[in-house]
Design a protein around this ligand. Structure first.
Ligand code: 0L1
Ligand code: MG
Length: 253
């Protein structure tokens, strides 16, 4: 069956707008590959308005185990999907939101190329920050293959970035605590993201290079959920803390 990229992108856009989960695209198109998933994602990106940056998905074993997919993936961050510090998350605008703690990188200069390393990423980084990503799969019950989740912009929905910290943090060793309604529900450290969060960002740069793309100065990169994500409902409060980067809190309505 011929694959209509535009129609698949429209299906995902509609699921998001209607807040109604759909079945994975691969139920109907079992041969859909990850490469085609990125073409669908690119179509969504072209309609998404200004970009704030990029996100990595499934860089930690905890996340990979949670959704049964064993490879890192990337997506884009639409500027309009950023949450502000002190704002609350409107869960009614989403389908099945989950929150996960991450370390965010802000680039101080452009970074491109097929051989970029974690060291290059650290040299190009202007600041780090604690972050919370709110994911929201457009597929019922988060059931998807790698191709499906890539097409769905890696479940990206909202994100909250903490105050920037520009020195004195080793993101690999930084301890991470996730609290949900006052209870510690998961702990990790930065090394959970592909051994080093900067290595995860370097993986992204190399992956973007294949598409002739790269990171630009000022862009933000979420380096990947460090723990399994927790489902959130109205009334919930989630706190992400990262050693030396501080804590951010998100209330849900
Ligand atoms: O958890 C998921 O929906 C898998 C996609 C990747 C999400 C992420 O790690 O940011
Ligand atoms: Mg994430």
């Amino acid at each position: 069956m011929a694959i209509d990229i535009t129609e698949l992108a429209a299906r995902l856009r509609k699921a998001e707008a209607d807040r109604v989960a759909i079945e994975p695209l691969t139920d109907e198109l079992p041969d859909l590959g990850v490469g085609t998933g990125y073409l669908v994602q690119r179509e969504l990106r072209e309609e998404a308005g200004p970009l704030a940056g990029w996100k990595l998905g499934l860089t930690s074993r905890a996340k990979q185990t949670q959704v049964g997919v064993r490879e890192p993936i990337y997506g884009f961050l639409a500027a309009e999907r950023a949450l502000d510090l002190g704002a609350t998350l409107d869960t009614g605008a989403l389908i099945q939101p989950r929150a996960e703690p991450e370390i965010a990188f802000t680039l101080g200069r452009d970074l491109t190329g097929p051989h970029v390393t974690a060291t290059d990423v650290l040299a190009a980084t202007a600041s780090l920050a604690v972050a919370l990503e709110i994911i929201d799969s457009r597929y019922r019950d988060y059931r998807f293959t790698p191709a499906d989740v890539v097409a769905d912009n890696t479940s990206a929905a909202r994100y909250l970035i903490g105050p920037p910290v520009s020195a004195g943090v080793d993101p690999r060793l930084a301890g991470v605590v996730l609290e949900h309604n006052g209870e510690v529900v998961a702990t990790a450290c930065g090394a959970a993201a592909l051994g080093h969060p900067a290595a995860a960002v370097a993986w992204l740069v190399r992956a973007l290079a294949v598409e002739g793309d790269g990171l630009r100065a000022g862009e933000v990169v979420l380096s990947g959920g460090l723990t399994a994500a927790v489902p959130v409902v109205p009334g919930d409060v989630v706190v992400a803390s990262v050693d030396r980067l501080g804590s951010i809190e998100l209330g849900c309505r």
